[in-house]
Design a protein around this ligand. Structure first.
Ligand SMILES: CC(C)(COP(=O)(O)OP(=O)(O)OC[C@H]1O[C@@H](n2cnc3c(N)ncnc32)[C@H](O)[C@@H]1OP(=O)(O)O)[C@@H](O)C(=O)NCCC(=O)NCCS
Length: 182
C-alpha cells in the first residue's frame, strides 16, 4: 500500500465498514507506522484497486487491523488471498500468533477467519462505537509450525485452482506491497 492507493481505498472503506471506517489520515499514519504492514491487490491492466489488508507486528503477535474487498469484486477469493498474504508476511517477520477483532454479526468475515485456524478467544463488549456492537476476539496460534504452514500451502493450491477455473473477468494479477519499515 502506498499513498497513491488512498483515493481508491477511501472509496471502498465507508462501504466496507460503514460509519466506523478509518479516515484517510488514519491510513497515512499507518503508512508511517514502523509496526504496520499494509498490502493491496490491484488489477495491473486497469490499475483498479480490488482490496487491501494489513497488520501490526507487536512482539510475536500480528494483529490484523483491516481487510476489505471492493463490493463488486467479492466472492472471488480476493479476501482469502489477502488474508493468506497477511499470514505469510506475518510469519516472515517473526509472528507466531495472529489476532483480530470482528463484529459478532459479521459471519462472512468470521467464516473466512475460521478457515485459517482462528478460534474465538472471547468478546469485547460494545467495542464498536457506532452501534455498541460487541467484537469477537479471534486468535490463531503456532502459525510458524510446520503443520500450519502446510495447511496454508494446501489452501493456496486450492485457491490457485479455483481462481484459474473461475469465470471472473478480472483476475488479480499483482499483490503489491509496501512494507512500512523503510
Ligand atoms: C470479508 C471480506 C474481505 C471477504 O472478501 P471476499 O473476497 O468476498 O471473500 P472470498 O471470496 O475470499 O471468500 C473466502 C471465504 O470467506 C467466506 N465468505 C465470503 N463471502 C461469504 C458470504 N457471502 N457468505 C458466507 N461466507 C462467505 C467463505 O468462507 C469463503 O470461502 P468459501 O467460498 O470457500 O466458502 C469482504 O466480504 C469484505 O470486504 N467485507 C467488508 C469488510 C469486512 O467485514 N472486513 C472484515 C473485518 S474483520
Amino acid at each position: 500500500m502506498s499513498p497513491d492507493d488512498l483515493d481508491q481505498i477511501m472509496e471502498i472503506e465507508p462501504v466496507a465498514f460503514g460509519s466506523h471506517h478509518w479516515s484517510q489520515t488514519s491510513f497515512i499514519n499507518e503508512l508511517s507506522n514502523p509496526s504496520g504492514y499494509y498490502f493491496v491487490v490491484t488489477d495491473e491492466a486497469t490499475e483498479l484497486l480490488c482490496g487491501y489488508s494489513g497488520f501490526w507486528l507487536i512482539g510475536e503477535e500480528a494483529h490484523i487491523t483491516t481487510l476489505a474487498v471492493r463490493p463488486d469484486l467479492r466472492r472471488r477469493y480476493l479476501g482469502e488471498l489477502l488474508l493468506i498474504n497477511d499470514i505469510e508476511r506475518a510469519q516472515s517477520v517473526g509472528a507466531s500468533w495472529l489476532t483480530l477483532e470482528v463484529r459478532v454479526s459479521n459471519y462472512v468475515a468470521q467464516n473466512l477467519y475460521f478457515k485459517y485456524g482462528f478460534k474465538n478467544l472471547g468478546t469485547r463488549r460494545k467495542y464498536y462505537q457506532d452501534n455498541d456492537e460487541d467484537a469477537l476476539v479471534l486468535w490463531a496460534e503456532n502459525i510458524r509450525s510446520d503443520e500450519y504452514k502446510k495447511n496454508i500451502t494446501l489452501r493456496l493450491e486450492d485457491l490457485a485452482a479455483k481462481m484459474r477455473v473461475s469465470d471472473m473477468g478480472l483476475i488479480p494479477t499483482a499483490l503489491s506491497e509496501n512494507v512500512q519499515n523503510t
